[in-house]
Write a protein that binds this ligand. Structure first.
Ligand SMILES: C[S@@+](CC[C@H](N)C(=O)[O-])C[C@H]1O[C@@H](n2cnc3c(N)ncnc32)[C@H](O)[C@@H]1O
Length: 214
């Protein structure tokens, strides 16, 4: 643990103001960079509760807990932290370092990489739920567009969803194909299995979609 310097380490730890006998919760353990810094500031009676949705992150957390009795871990979303018995008496501070971790982006099969091709999984918790590839295969065009627009703030949501449904159904299951589905300024041109947005049929479909919402 603590092999890399965690993001905003000094600022984060200053804000947490760790008391040696306090109880702290790291809701996004990752590889334990911040957790290690908290532990270094806790005394023998302090406690560190850690959570993560990622099974690999929790495997590392379990190793940490086996080495250090001040640590307890739970494989779940931090959204459920109040359901964890360990938090019933309250905590002195909560840290949430939101985003993907570099081990997640480094592994192509997790589906977060723009650099390397891999199955479009994109689950933080790969042990449950459906992958992004499975969702794309069953979702309607409007639903895909709404998700891209609402959660991704993607202005070309209709256009991207339209291409996926018309041209890439059953094939938009890899990160290189999904990443190539951008268009317009500041993003890559459309690319679905080698084709580009110069295709008149694609442009027409995109135009109709965009006029509805995104
Ligand atoms: C940026 S990394 C955290 C890195 C960590 N602070 C460190 O120093 O190693 C974000 C982590 O949050 C986890 N995560 C994302 N959403 C989560 C959620 N709702 N509940 C728990 N963990 C979540 C991811 O699996 C990932 O491991």
């Amino acid at each position: 643990m603590g092999v890399h310097v965690p993001v905003l380490r000094d600022e984060t730890l200053a804000a947490l103001a760790v008391r040696p006998d306090g109880v702290y919760l790291d809701g996004t353990f990752g590889r334990g960079g911040h957790a290690g810094e908290i532990l270094a500031r806790l005394g023998p009676s302090g406690r560190l509760l850690v959570m993560d949705k990622d099974p690999e992150a929790i495997r590392v957390a379990a190793e940490c807990a086996a080495r250090d009795s001040r640590v307890a871990y739970r494989h779940d979303s931090f959204a459920t932290l109040a359901d964890w018995d360990a938090t019933t008496a309250g905590v002195d501070g909560v840290l949430l370092d939101l985003g993907v971790s570099s081990p997640q982006t480094d592994q192509p099969d997790r589906g977060f990489s723009f650099q390397n091709d891999g199955l479009l999984d994109m689950r933080m918790d790969s042990s449950r739920g459906e992958s992004a590839a499975e969702w794309i295969a069953r979702a309607g065009e409007r639903e895909i567009a709404d998700v891209l627009f609402t959660y991704g703030e993607e202005k070309q949501s209709r256009r991207i969803a339209g291409v996926h449904r018309r041209r890439a159904r059953g094939r938009a299951d890899h990160t290189d194909r999904a990443a190539g589905s951008g268009g317009g300024e500041g993003t890559r041109r459309w690319r679905v299995d080698g084709e580009t947005s110069g295709d008149a049929h694609l442009s027409g479909a995109a135009h109709r979609g965009e006029s509805r919402v995104g």
